[in-house]
Design a protein around this ligand. Structure first.
Ligand SMILES: Nc1nc2c(ncn2[C@@H]2O[C@H](COP(=O)(O)OP(=O)(O)OP(=O)(O)O)[C@@H](O)[C@H]2O)c(=O)[nH]1
Ligand SMILES: C=C(OP(=O)(O)O)C(=O)O
Length: 223
């Protein structure tokens, strides 16, 4: 059963303008880079919306080409203030509070194409125990999720070595087993191979099949 409109999380998902997105996959994806970025974001949002603890997803993007399919998978889309990632997340959080004032608010990276709803649920349940909490990425350097309880200021510190930044700011680090798909962000071809091994969402898998010939060293492992 989906999360109730009042108690479930509102997740804010930032999606950069496509001309600048997924540049570390440029060589691998070639002319399909923008389409791959959209596929990854759509799979991430669709999986998040399927999580029992998620009531809604707010996507922040200034790109109409990304906005259309993301709205199609069920996201509520708002424009980007064009002042960087954390400003975009704060804009999304404002909208989240407007939509559901009593709900917890989280930021979820848009590049989690292997995301499993059943792995996101324990992360959100753990986060709800603390005023602010975060989940480090698979490399233990960045962050894939940051969230706050209702009424707690939403102060995301994404970018670069954001795990350390979130720790320094007093956010509780979530440490759980069996949640690899929530930590598996995809920035490089190696990340994409790792996500493929976990199990990609359908749009990303289709794109990987389309562009497999563009990957070096024989391409990613066969699905
Ligand atoms: N709305 C919005 N999203 C952003 C912005 N900057 C980054 N993001 C998103 O934040 C996440 C992390 O961004 P980056 O790692 O900087 O960019 P990326 O497109 O994933 O990859 P690279 O181009 O290889 O750095 C991705 O989901 C981006 O779409 C921004 O200014 N606005
Ligand atoms: C922005 C971040 O991630 P990445 O650049 O690795 O996508 C982050 O982890 O804070």
């Amino acid at each position: 059963m989906p999360a109730s409109e009042s108690s479930g999380w509102t997740l804010v998902v930032p999606v950069k303008t496509l001309v600048a997105a997924k540049t570390r996959l440029s060589e691998a994806a070639g002319p399909h880079r923008a389409e791959l970025a959209v596929a990854i974001a759509c799979d991430t949002v669709e999986a998040a919306l399927s999580c029992v603890l998620v009531a809604r997803v707010v996507v922040v993007t200034g790109d109409p080409v990304a906005a259309e399919p993301l709205g199609g998978v069920g996201a509520h889309v708002v424009g980007d203030p064009e002042a960087g990632l954390n400003a975009a997340l704060r804009r999304g959080a404002q909208e989240a509070v407007r939509l559901a004032p009593g709900a917890p608010v989280g930021a979820l990276q848009a590049d989690l194409p292997a995301l499993r709803p059943a792995e996101l649920a324990p992360v959100l349940a753990a986060a709800a125990e603390f005023d602010q909490a975060f989940l480090p990425d698979a490399a233990d350097v960045g962050t894939t999720f940051y969230g706050v309880r209702p009424g707690v200021p939403f102060t995301p510190g994404f970018g670069g070595e954001s795990r350390d930044r979130h720790l320094r700011r007093g956010a509780k680090e979530i440490c759980l087993e069996g949640i690899d798909s929530v930590r598996r962000d995809v920035d490089t071809p190696d990340d994409l191979r790792a996500a493929l091994a976990l199990g990609l969402g359908p749009r990303t898998l289709k794109m990987v099949e389309t562009i497999r010939g563009g990957f070096p060293a024989g391409g990613p492992p066969s699905p």
